[in-house]
Design a protein around this ligand. Structure first.
Ligand SMILES: [Fe+2]
Ligand SMILES: [Fe+2]
Length: 205
């Protein structure tokens, strides 16, 4: 399964990164977009932590682990965006909203929707604007996040499809400290998103 999950990374480079010509009609600047992304990632982190608690309550131990691992990845994305915001002379600001918690099945659907939106709409648009503004650090941070949200969408989709098999004990996931790449097994040498060696990956269960 891991190879399938990581294979998704090889073709999920958006047209904007590849030099595509899709146009974006917005007046938002890269700094605005970094703040939006920082806010989104901070809220995703908080939401996944409460979804993990709910999954534990419902006995879906492995799904709880997946939510905690993804929460760690979103924290890394938020931290990467925050560093670029500070480089640009501003302060990162997030408004954490109370997450609406339903059943784990419903929570997985909400998570898939969020990841898919970021993968297909939000980050491709932010990447195109960052390219236009030659904002290299933002481009890197947005691209890491986009690729990892694609991995999360696949992991959550698999969890939803196999939910009843995921009752019971927790599972250890591995999260790249630089880009948040999230692995169900640590059978790589270096991160397929950012090249970080596997020795630095963070175990989350
Ligand atoms: Fe994610
Ligand atoms: Fe990485």
């Amino acid at each position: 399964m891991l190879n399938t999950l990581q294979a998704v990374l090889s073709f999920l480079v958006p047209a904007a990164v590849m030099g595509g010509t899709a146009s974006v009609t917005t007046s938002a600047t890269t700094l605005d977009n970094l703040q939006t992304a920082f806010n989104g990632e901070s809220n995703a982190n908080a939401r996944y932590l409460v979804f993990a608690k709910k999954a534990d309550e419902e006995g879906y131990g492995e799904v709880a682990s997946l939510f905690r691992a993804a929460a760690k990845a979103e924290e890394i994305h938020a931290s990467n965006h925050a560093a670029v915001i500070r480089q640009m002379g501003a302060a990162p600001v997030a408004h954490i909203e109370a997450a609406i918690v339903k059943s784990t099945r419903e929570n997985l659907r909400v998570a898939i929707e969020g990841e898919t939106y970021e993968r297909d709409i939000m980050y491709p648009e932010f990447i195109e604007i960052a390219k236009r503004e030659k904002a290299t650090s933002a481009l890197r941070s947005f691209t890491f996040a986009l690729k990892v949200e694609a991995v999360h969408a696949v992991l959550y989709g698999d969890a939803l499809a196999n939910l009843e098999k995921l009752r019971g004990k927790s599972h250890t996931y591995y999260v790249c400290p630089d880009c948040g790449n999230t692995l169900a097994e640590l059978n790589i040498l270096t991160c397929l998103v950012c090249g970080h060696p596997k020795s630095g990956f963070i175990a989350v269960d």
